[in-house]
Structure formats: structure tokens, C-alpha cells
Write a protein that binds this ligand. Sequence first.
Ligand SMILES: [Zn+2]
Length: 318
Amino acid sequence: MRPSENLFAYVIVGDSQVPRLNHSLEFLKRFVRCEVVVVAGRCNAPIQHDQIIRPSVEACFDDHQASILLKTNLHRVLGVWDKPSFTGCYLDSDVIAVSPEASNIFSRKNGPVTFAADHTRLARFSRFAVRCFCIAGECDHLRQGIRDKFGIEVAEPDWQHWNGGVYLFDAESSDFLDTWHDMTSRIFGDPFWKTRDQGTLIATAWKHGLERQPTLDRNFNYIVDPMRGLSDRERKGILPPGYTIDASYSLSGDSGLSRPYFLHMINGAIGASGWKNWDDAASLVARMKSCTTAQVGSASGCRTEPSGQRSSHLYAKN
Ligand SMILES: [Zn+2]
């Protein structure tokens, strides 16, 4: 029997994302013992990791576009389509592991790809994906845009769409990811569409008939939004002590509250000292650092072969 090959994978393009990637790597390594690879384009800043793929990036794409193209093409970047025992878990660089349970995500794969639900629904997300000039609330412009651009009917105007920050993929994911990648590349340069991957993710899910597929447990992608409830005007120039605090979960096991495995700190909040949600996560890692035996005891493995073996055949190192 072949050993299972579980791999966490990040994608970044440009040095601006390196600080938060390094934070995320630190958290991940404290809580899980899995293979981790970083796909890093146009990066010169030091990345705190030893397994890095440095793809060439076409000059016609900006950093944000290029990172989305690599993210939606990860199955090809890593060459996984002929590896039946492989399961990959993509992580945005603003996702941090906060529990040894994080490594159990690999057992949750179902269907061609597996995502968690977003923190909003389609109608509210709409104006963040397309330039429709709606300034607040819900609208139908993204759904119309998907129909006009791709000829796909999203039959539920307020479908619970998926969040793109964490996803599981394997050798069966190629058709889905190829569609997502192709659709995403087609919106670049279209002035109606913003440079995001979640609008095309909706189109891809409905094209492939996956709108009813179960999503990951929320604790595997627990979205924490420091700007929740703040108007566009209030967001300008705001400092971390003014960020919205999410009190719906606890990292210390308070009863009645969620206990996430991954926190997804959106809107640039990773490393925001002075914001309670970040400070709590940082002190959790600091406590683990100060106790190396606890660290060894609580980090959780995700491979069935000895941890010293590396699946270096899976991807190039440089
Ligand atoms: Zn709109």
C-alpha cells in the first residue's frame, strides 16, 4: 500500500505577502507536522521555509492576478493528476492553524474539490466581485454577470457560495480546477469584473453541478473579519484597536463558543497587534514556543510514513 501524501500549499506573488505568509507558516508548523510547500513568484524577501517552488510569472499580469492564476492552477503547478494517494490543501496566507485538529482536514475531502462556506451569501458578496456601482447591501449583478460572461445560470439568487481561502484537491480535481482557472483568466481585462477568484468559483461550482455538495466544517476555515459592521468611511485609516472583535469563538475552550482549527483573518488583519483576535492567536503560539515538550506532544502528523521521508518527487525544489 502506498503511503498517503498530504500536502499543505501556499501561493504568493510579490514581496508584499511575505510577512503574513511567514506568520501563517509559523502557526502551521506549531500545530501540524505535514509536508508544506510554498509557490512563490516574484519574491525576494526571505520566506521562513525550505520547500519553495519559484515559478516564472508572465509580465502581463500584476501580482494579484498572477497569484490567482497560480492558485487556480495548483494541480498543474504541483503535478498531482497521476498521484492517486495525494491530497492537497491550499491555504491563503491569511489563514492560520490554531489547533492540532488542523491536520484532520485531509480526511474531509469529498467530491472533486472541497471548500468551506463563505461568511456572506451570494447576493451580499455580489458587489465585491463586480463593478456594479451598488454601494451597499445585496444585489444580483454578479449572478447576471455570470450569465452574460459564461452562459451559466446560478438558479439560487442567494446561494451560499464558497470561500476560496482553503480548499482540498487531488488527482480528481483537474476538470474543476481547469474550468476555474480558465474562467478566472477570462475576467482579467474585463472592466466589469474585479480581480477576484470567488465570482468565478461560483460559476465553476454551478457549471459542474456541485451547488449541493457539502462544504467543510466551518472550523476548518473560520473567517474573522476585522471590518465587520464598519462602513467604507469608517474603514479608512482605522488602527487595530478599532477593529471589530469577533467574540464568537475561543482558543482556550470556553464552553458555548466555537473552537476553530484554522482562523482566516481577512482584510489584512494578520499580525495586527492591538486587535484582540490577533493578540489571542499570537499568545497561543507564544505559549507553545515557551514549552517545547508541549509543542512536540501536540503537533499532529498527517502522513502514514515516517516523518523524515519527503515526497520530493512531487514537486521541484529550488
Ligand atoms: Zn450590484
